[in-house]
Ligand binder design. Sequence first.
Ligand code: ADP
Length: 506
Amino acid sequence: MTFSNWNRPLVWLSAWVVVAVAGAAWLGHARLRVLEDAFVTDARIVHRLLSQRAVQHDAVMAMLPLLQPPVDRPGNVALPLPRLPAAYPQITQVFRRLPDSTWPANWPDALCAGAQEAVTRSGQSGHAELALADLPAGKAWLALAGQEVDFALLLDLRAAIPWEEWPMDAATSAVRVRLEYQGQAMVVQAGRPPSDGWRYAFRKTLASQSQPFDVVLAREVGWGELPWGRMLTWAVVSAAVLAALRALLRQRAAVRRAEELLRVGQVARLNQLGELAAGMAHELNQPLTALLANTQAAQRLLKDEEPDLDTARHAMGQAVEQARRASAVVGRLRRVVERPDLSGQAQPLALAAAVHEALHLLEPELRRRSIAVQVDAPADLPAVLAEPVALQQILHNLVMNALQAMEQVEASQRRLHIRLRVQGAQALLGVCDSGPGVPAEARTRLFTPFYTTRAGGLGLGLSLCESLAQAMGGELTLAPSPEGPGNRPGAEFHLLLPLAVPASLA
Ligand code: ADP
């Protein structure tokens, strides 16, 4: 497990990437849906409009037998009829063929054959039939078999397009519209040439038996048509929201950390006061006891001398009294600040979590000093028995000492390594730094109250930590550093704590 100060910005960056990409994908998808819906709607309208026109042609054909003008001139050739009203500009020619006549001689053979065949089919079906289609030229011939006379009609398909009702702007629309029939095609609307991208297509045959042309629409949506402006706005807005959220969370974490540090600091100060008193008691008790013994001896000696015995006796009595009182005070103070027994308050704790909590609290300090931290802890490390505040205190002190020691080496050399492992019935927590280490002559004195090499140091931190560790049934030691020129610099402190469930029972 590696603890890094830099994983957090990366987490936020990844979160932003996920949110920005998901939002942009949703916006793109929504735009594609809108474009596809518009395409399908337009395609249906185009199909309906063209079908209506085709049905009109069928209706005109069906009307022709009723409008039969009198046979004005006999002959054996089909005759052109007068033009239909301007309402049907697409019907460019209409012919009527009497039973004994033929289609005009200037008609190409294919048209004559097609018309004949269509008339035969029309005789069976009872409605107009397609005689010939020339879609590239925009022409189609329809034929109808009447009771006595047959009719043929030439359509200008281009003139049949109802542009006035057209759902798209034919000049600018990206949609391609074609009529297709048996491999032929007529371009109704050019649209944009085929390209890469999302493709929409529509094909449906006209709803007319005489003009079975397929209405074919197609369009592609390119990357350029995606809503890039909105996507960009979304990315910027989501970045701003996440940045604000991050700032808020950081601020709250900083407040919580400050409160926690204050708490640890207060406890530390109280405990250090206790240590101070213990140190003073230790320092004062010896001389006071000696003073008492000496003054008692002097008092005995004075008993043998003459001058001002009463005064001397009185003074010495006072001294004895004061010395006794001082001794009693010191004794009482000592009893008050005797090492606390924390073993009763110990509870099962996850050591790795406590380490991370301490590192979290000191994160600004670590960052300020550019210290790389590594924590190695087996995932299955059993819980230890410890008092939570005391454990935090020890960790805080050890890490702070390491940070302060590493101020003496270059920033690039600063490494804090914390490792946890089981050692017998205890858990061992090693705090190892890459500072200058502890000189041999100082090794035995580190845990003595008031020993310090730091300007402004009290020299009580380690002795306090040692007391707290022992009070929890544990131990705090400076790990031996092997001597020799190849030695790694730095100091390593070992904190041993009893396992909540001894390894032998687990
Ligand atoms: P203080 O921090 O007030 O000096 P401590 O009891 O915490 O008191 O530390 C006592 C002394 O032990 C320090 O002044 C320092 O000389 C030494 N010391 C503690 N930790 C380290 C360390 N990680 N590396 C080198 N020296 C250390």
